[in-house]
Write a protein that binds this ligand. Structure first.
Ligand SMILES: *Cc1c(COP(=O)(O)O)cnc(C)c1O
Length: 235
């Protein structure tokens, strides 16, 4: 009797401490439309937390620091797809070129060149999203529409064989004003639609939406949401 009680107690405690990440994940996944991909943003979180999400079936993780992502990649199962969601410094591309699955924040020709070069060294093609500046804040990275057009039409870019642009990414202004966020998401969606038409549907991914605004982002046409704190808790 006493042993059973202790076991039961331990299980309850385990549930309290271990189940929440899996539960958060499954709850969010159950609300996502089929065509929307979930990137579990695990930056700053320990491998044990990521493994809970992994064991609950999650295979795509997003990190914003290359070194942290590389350390987790080394320690974790190899069927995980690692997404770099943060700003990328050109001189650090080489540390992820071997394994990164998708780079979200590509916003200059210089970075595109370096990714292409490092991908070539590793004998692979690296998928990337071009980051578009849609927020009001000056601090957010990203291309404006003119820069996007000139990058895509540059002959140098068109000759690159080891980088593939599969879509766009953007971050809305950090505000409670839903109308403002919606306006920015719809703006990004309209750029995405234009690029899709121009490339005959070769781009397919629109990465927009985080914990606070992903439902709105999906309503506005997002196909990929990047969710951290709603899965893993605050940072
Ligand atoms: C941290 C981060 C997220 C996730 O933010 P949450 O609010 O925790 O969901 C999404 N996208 C980018 C680019 C981030 O840096």
């Amino acid at each position: 009797m006493i042993i059973l009680k202790a076991k039961k107690q331990r299980r309850l405690l385990n549930n309290l401490f271990n189940m929440s990440i899996a539960q958060n994940l499954l709850k969010i996944k159950s609300t996502l439309p089929e065509q929307v991909t979930l990137v579990a943003v695990s930056k700053t979180k320990p491998v044990a937390d990521l493994m809970e999400a992994y064991e609950a079936g999650q295979r795509i993780f997003g990190e914003n620091k290359i070194q942290e992502m590389a350390e987790k990649w080394e320690q974790m199962p190899k069927d995980i797809k690692w997404h770099m969601i943060g700003h990328v410094q050109t001189n650090k591309v080489k540390f992820m070129a071997q394994f990164v699955s998708l780079i979200h924040g590509v916003d200059s020709l210089k970075l595109v060149q370096e990714i292409n070069k490092q991908a070539q060294k590793n004998n692979r093609v690296i998928d990337c999203l071009l980051q578009i500046h849609i927020a009001e804040e000056e601090t957010k990275f990203g291309l404006d529409e003119e820069e996007l057009a000139s990058l895509l039409s540059s002959s140098e870019f068109q000759q690159m064989k080891n980088i593939r642009i599969v879509g766009l990414m953007g971050m809305a202004t950090f505000t409670d004003n839903k109308e403002q966020i919606k306006k920015e998401f719809l703006h990004l969606k309209s750029i995405f639609d234009a690029i899709r038409t121009e490339t005959m549907n070769r781009v397919s991914t629109l990465s927009m939406g985080m914990s606070g605004d992903y439902q709105l982002a999906i309503e506005c046409g997002s196909t990929m949401v990047r969710i951290g704190s709603s899965i893993f808790g605050g940072r």
